[in-house]
Design a binder for this molecule. Structure first.
Ligand code: PGA
Length: 253
């Protein structure tokens, strides 16, 4: 079984650098002795340099990146710049970027290539806006994955992560059911195998995001099947105690 991975997505929070330091230090302290779960914290870009100096026990991730290394692209940040500050993971294609900033699957595909080029771990977010009444995993999820991974070589993305985040479950307090999330994980792994072959399909880690909290986190991880292998946590990652609780509950499985 792969080590579970728990990724904190702070989004546009907290409001100041000193709050970011405090939150990061509390998380770091809380997860320090935990060996069988990996923890990644994704703060806003501007906090990365300060947190990079105090990291350990938790890794650093970014919430986005641009696909070019440098040049005339106002406001953008490249994966090579992130790497210099010790970033190891980059979230790509979060639904909030797709919805608010018009990010397309084609743009996401370019970003994934840029992340892999720097040998960082991409965390590709996919998920439907509404649950299909048939209960099936909607075709849009397959389309998102196929386009985002297009142009990669067989076996590439074998160390990548796909976060299944149904949009209707994000920040609503209405998480997916563990059974449906497990079915989504199996479905997503099949698609990756189809697109990039067996090595990538077996290597990729699939995690769940959407209203995860300290009470429900462990229910998404199963020992018996290769289902969800971690979490992407938004709101609950802003409370150090609750986030540490999530990591502990998963590390005890
Ligand atoms: P949430 O957000 O945990 O607040 O639902 C998850 C995410 O958007 O990554």
């Amino acid at each position: 079984m792969h080590k579970s991975i728990i990724i904190a997505n702070w989004k546009l929070n907290p409001g100041t650098a000193s709050e970011a330091r405090l939150l990061f230090s509390a998380v770091k302290k809380g997860v320090a002795g935990i060996r069988n779960a990996e923890v990644v914290v994704c703060p806003p870009f501007v906090y990365l340099p300060a947190l990079s100096e105090i990291r350990r026990a938790a890794s650093l991730g970014a919430q986005d990146c641009f696909w070019e290394d440098k040049g005339a692209y106002t406001g953008e940040v490249s994966s090579s710049m992130l790497k210099e500050f010790g970033v190891t993971h980059v979230i790509v294609g979060h639904s909030e970027r797709r919805n608010w900033l018009g990010e397309t699957d084609e743009m996401i595909a370019r970003k994934i290539k840029a992340v892999l080029k720097e040998k960082l771990t991409p965390v590709l977010c996919v998920g439907e806006r509404e649950r299909d009444s048939s209960g099936d995993i909607p075709a849009i999820v397959e389309e998102q994955i196929c386009t985002a991974l297009s142009g990669l070589k067989k076996g590439e993305f074998k160390n990548g992560i796909i976060a299944y985040e149904p949009v209707w479950a994000i920040g609503t307090g209405r998480p997916d059911t563990p059974d449906d999330a497990a079915r989504a994980a199996i479905f997503i792994r099949k698609i990756v195998k189809k697109v990039l072959g067996k090595t990538a399909g077996e290597g990729v880690r699939i995690i769940y995001g959407g209203s995860v909290n300290a009470k429900n986190a462990a229910s998404f991880i199963s020992k018996d099947i290769r289902g969800m292998e971690g979490m992407l946590v938004g709101g609950a990652s802003l409370k150090a105690d609750e986030f540490v609780q999530i990591v502990k509950s998963i590390s005890e499985i």
